[in-house]
Each structure stands twice: as structure tokens, then as C-alpha cells.
Design a protein around this ligand. Structure first.
Ligand code: IYR
Length: 222
């Protein structure tokens, strides 16, 4: 049956099993080095690198191909300062009152607190927004599907692209983070999903000693 929709040849490759094994092993070794970094250098990172990483994220799969995401890449010092001030105000509340004892105990090994100097030190912040719906030129709304899943996948691809390029990142979720919508002038349909801090790690950057789940703890094959 002929459909009104068009299809085109798939342009991906078909590597041999040996090539699959080699490239997946190399990529695993690279990704095992990904860590969340909180000590950033102020060393500049070219805009093109940030643009390319966001373009990678925009190639993520999404529910009904609705692409329910929007990225704002921030290098402006004044805007970074405003974000830091508002994030720290929320975080002070979180650490002093909002977080349960259980939550604070879970965070203790990470050594985090309400101070977020990296929001100003790092050369780039990327604010990721999820869109509940889109609006076309005729002001007609289209519902989005699987929005958190889609934006989560895109964010994972963004982090992966930045790590592949050689940069450090931190997934930061000041809570609540509604202030990002106001500072960055985003519409009602958008909700802040995550703030990604991006840059070179400081020369003396330290990360907490933590363990990752072992293979048989996070997967099995049947
Ligand atoms: N948003 C706070 C607290 C925090 C929460 C989780 I869950 C973390 O994995 C890390 C921190 C902060 O950024 O300090």
C-alpha cells in the first residue's frame, strides 16, 4: 500500500564484528573516564565546540520526533552571575530546610554544599529546557510525547559529546530551578530540565572517591 509519507535509504554503516568489538571497547574506555567535576578552570572553550555538542544532542531520538527540547548556551558573565545568585539562594534553602536527613546523608560523600562558584568560573553553562507542547506560526499547539525520556536521552548525548571532545561537565539541578525560565526569557511551555556546567577541569580538580555498580549489579543477559 502506498502511503503519503516518504522514506529514504538508511545511511548508517554496517561494520564487521571485529570493528564492532574494537570501537565499542575503545568507546567504553573513554566513557569510563567520565566524572562529574565541580572544580572548573576559567580557560576559554570555543563556541563552536559547544554548538557541535548541542547539535549532537539535537540528533537524539524523541517521542513521535517532536524534539521536545531547547538549549540555551550561556557565556555572558552577568547572566552566569545572576544564575549563581539565584541557584545559591535555592540551594541554601535546600541544604538548611528542604532536604531530608536521608537525602543529606546520601549527598555527604560528594562533599556538596550551597556554594556554587563553578556557575561563574566555568566558561559555559547550558540550560536544557523540556517542552510540554510546541506552538506553530498559526498559534496551534502540538502535544509532545515521552518528553522527560526524550530530553533525558538528548542530555545524555550532550554530556557524551562534551566528554568525547575532552571537556568536563557537571549535571547541576538547583532545586527548584524555575528561575532559569525567567532569567533566560523562555516561554510558559518550557520547563527547566537541567543546568549543565561545561569547561576544562581546574589544574588541581578533585573528584570524590566513589564506586560504580559492578557488571552483574546493573545488568544480566538472558
Ligand atoms: N542540588 C544540590 C543537591 C544535590 C542533589 C543531588 I540528587 C546531587 O546528586 C548532588 C547535589 C546541589 O547541587 O548541591
Amino acid at each position: 500500500m502506498k502511503t503519503p509519507y516518504s522514506f529514504e535509504p538508511y545511511c548508517g554503516s554496517r561494520p564487521s564484528q571485529a570493528e564492532l568489538e574494537s570501537s565499542s571497547r575503545d568507546f567504553l574506555a573513554l566513557m569510563c573516564k567520565r566524572r562529574s567535576v565541580r572544580d572548573f578552570s576559567d580557560r576559554a572553550v570555543p563556541e563552536s565546540v559547544i554548538q557541535n555538542a548541542i547539535k549532537v544532542a539535537a540528533n537524539a531520538p524523541s517521542g513521535a520526533n517532536m524534539q521536545p527540547w531547547y538549549f540555551v548556551a550561556i557565556q555572558d558573565k552577568q547572566i552566569k552571575r545572576e544564575i549563581r545568585l539565584q541557584a545559591e539562594a535555592e540551594e541554601r534553602e535546600l541544604y538548611a530546610h528542604r532536604a531530608s536527613d536521608e537525602w543529606l546523608r546520601a549527598l555527604a560523600p560528594l562533599g556538596t554544599n550551597a556554594e556554587k562558584p563553578f556557575l561563574e568560573t566555568a566558561p559555559w553553562l547550558i540550560a536544557i529546557f523540556s517542552q510540554k507542547y510546541s506552538v506553530n506560526e498559526k498559534a496551534e499547539k502540538s502535544k509532545h510525547y515521552y518528553t522527560p525520556e526524550s530530553v533525558g536521552i538528548a542530555t545524555g548525548m550532550l554530556i557524551t559529546a562534551l566528554h568525547y571532545a575532552g571537556l568536563a561537565t557537571l549535571t547541576h539541578t538547583p532545586s527548584p530551578m524555575g528561575f532559569l525560565r525567567h532569567i533566560l526569557n523562555r516561554p510558559d511551555a518550557e520547563k527547566p530540565f537541567l543546568l549543565l556546567v561545561v569547561g576544562y577541569p581546574a589544574d588541581d580538580a578533585k573528584v570524590p572517591v566513589i564506586s560504580k555498580k559492578l557488571n552483574d549489579q546493573f545488568m544480566h543477559i538472558v
